[in-house]
Design a binder for this molecule. Structure first.
Ligand SMILES: Nc1ncnc2c1ncn2[C@@H]1O[C@H](COP(=O)(O)OP(=O)(O)OP(=O)(O)O)[C@@H](O)[C@H]1O
Ligand SMILES: Cc1ncc(CO)c(N)n1
Ligand SMILES: [Mg+2]
Length: 522
């Protein structure tokens, strides 16, 4: 297992497709997931959701069906369990043939079905197991009764890499533990972790009275609260299956667990937002659109895997400063992340392309394992070659609409804007956020016009996109920036305040604390 929290390494008896590639020419490895779940005739949840998510995330998905439900947007009318022997036939069939990176389980409606699953997983080991302990549909119908609780607790959970119960399921697994607050979710996650899974995600979609939709992630040491504003919509049927399948898909592509979970949360959030007004079926719980990312609408970039809150502490690397302090770019990035940086931009004006690419690849690995976004300044070629999360471009770099067509809908694009007109254009062209400044004078960028706090406020007011402030910002003035009264100002970007310093880690921690405190005061 990767010490930074990556998924576990391949077992010795794992037949690697990479090995196959060396013997067969023109073979391309495709990440593969197997879902073991129930069919939803309404196709919003279950197997059907899993297949759609994996397709949307570029991963192949095979399906073993455990039960067939008669289900629509009004609820579940009937459930038909498949015989365990036949579930086993399906499992053997695909596990003996395909080379799955990840197995994801959904509805496992009987002890016997869990037994055959466990037997097949021991016969055919896989790299990671995602367990969504489905028990009750959002409409309240029981999909797996309490008889499965003991085999879940004693045998399935201990071999899971991650479990993703909703609050009701977490409570049932813990023998009726009351979960009414985020603090209760944290306690539940900790207790569930003691049952053996490597990671726990307690989903808060059904937590009463919350304006945010909060999920609690626990890795055995640290908690992360993943928050997003609750989308006001009836179309939430299948959010749980979607989240777990997206985690499985991202793991299959090689993400670390935290990274996979963050991407999955954004994916659900974006899908709900994109589909909030669609009308399918006449009941209370409609399905949503998993393929929002493919829509040609120029605003579809809005739906990329990007959380504006990640702009909070935005660290921009600078090779000159790293040289001065005798640090590698990788060490600088590591320290910034450990100190609380939420997004990294590599800005290398002088490096040779090949050298920059190698450094960028190493930084991508570090960022992925910490669930932190990595952007490349200006160099679309490097961003593509190292599979960064996106790019940041200036007004004299390639135009944003062209960058979008080169990078596709999933990548994040940021653009520097000094004026309301530029901010409007960035939005029209499909950017995800804007960087605005220089707010204060800075030595990092020569001949850069300073716009001041007033200029920043003007740009924020005009911008439909989230904004990160940049230029001469540090611990002493970050608070004044965060308090300009602009709800779309999500954070500050810094260069010297972190990297032209003796200890990057200490400065990052201090700045993070300052930002947190100034946010609280707003
Ligand atoms: N209205 C909403 N707005 C934003 N996010 C939501 C909303 N409802 C659910 N989510 C998110 O969807 C994911 C699934 O959570 P949820 O608690 O709904 O799971 P679930 O009950 O297992 O889902 P289902 O049974 O409908 O498949 C979580 O990340 C949760 O935060
Ligand atoms: C088949 C199936 N699996 C899972 C869920 C949970 O949403 C559902 N409603 N139906
Ligand atoms: Mg729900």
């Amino acid at each position: 297992m990767n010490s930074l929290g990556g998924i576990r390494s391949w077992p010795a008896n794992w037949r690697s497709t990479t090995a196959l590639m060396t013997t067969t020419e023109n073979v391309r490895k495709v990440p593969q997931v197997l879902t073991v779940a129930g069919s939803d005739s309404g196709a919003g949840a279950g197997i059907q959701a899993d297949l759609k998510v994996c397709a949307a995330r570029g991963v192949y998905c095979a399906s073993v069906i455990t039960a067939v439900t008669a289900q629509n947007t009004r609820g579940v009318q009937s459930v038909h369990l498949l015989p365990p022997e036949f579930v086993s036939e399906q499992l053997k069939s695909v596990l003996s043939d395909f080379e799955f990176d990840v197995v994801k389980t959904g509805m496992l409606p009987s002890t016997e079905i869990v037994e055959v699953l466990l037997q097949n997983l021991s016969d055919f080991p896989v790299r990671a197991l995602v367990v969504d302990p489905v028990m009750v549909s959002t409409s309240g119908h029981v999909l797996a009764g309490s008889s499965i609780l003991s085999i879940f607790r004693e045998r399935l959970l201990p071999i899971a890499d991650i479990i993703t119960p909703n609050v009701k399921e977490a409570s049932a697994l813990l023998g009726g533990f009351r979960i009414e607050t985020v603090a209760d979710m944290r306690s539940a996650a900790k207790l569930l972790h003691e049952m053996g899974p490597r990671f726990v995600l307690v989903k808060g979609g059904d937590l009463p009275d919350s304006s945010n939709s909060v999920d609690v992630y626990f890795d055995g040491k640290e908690f992360h609260e993943l928050r997003s504003p609750r989308v006001a919509t009836r179309n939430t049927h299948g959010t749980g299956c979607t989240l777990a399948s997206c985690i499985a898909a991202e793991l299959a592509k090689g993400s670390s667990m935290l990274s996979a979970v963050k991407v999955a949360k954004r994916f659900v959030d974006n899908a709900l937002d994109y589909s909030k007004d669609i009308a399918i079926g006449s009941g209370m719980q409609g399905p949503f659109d998993h393929f929002f990312g493919l829509k040609k609408d120029p605003q579809s970039s809005r739906c990329s895997i990007f959380n504006p809150d990640d702009l909070f502490l935005y660290a921009v690397s600078d090779s000159r400063m790293n040289r001065k302090w005798n640090r590698s770019i990788v060490d600088a990035v590591k320290a910034a992340i450990e100190g609380g940086a939420t997004i990294i931009q590599l800005r290398e004006k002088e490096a040779e392309t090949r050298e920059f690419l190698e450094e960028a690849k190493a930084c991508v690995d570090i960022c992925r394992s910490h669930g932190v976004i990595l952007l490349i300044n200006d160099r679309i070629d490097i961003a593509l070659a190292c599979n960064a999360d996106g790019v940041h471009v200036g007004q004299s770099d390639l135009p944003v609409d062209l960058v979008r067509s080169l990078l596709g809908p999933d990548k994040i694009i940021g653009v520097s804007c000094k004026t309301p007109e530029q901010a409007h254009q960035a939005w029209k062209d499909g950017a995800d956020y804007i960087g605005s400044g220089g707010v204060f004078p800075t030595n990092t960028k020569a001949n850069n016009r300073t716009i001041g706090l007033d200029g920043l406020k003007e740009v924020c007011d005009a911008s439909k996109l989230p904004v990160v402030a940049i230029g001469g910002i540090g611990i002493s003035n970050a608070e004044s920036v965060m308090q300009i009264d602009a709800p779309n100002l999500k954070g500050v970007a810094v260069v010297s305040a972190l990297f032209d310093q003796d200890c990057v880690l200490t400065q990052a921690k201090k700045l993070h604390k300052t930002l947190k405190e100034s946010k609280r005061e707003i």
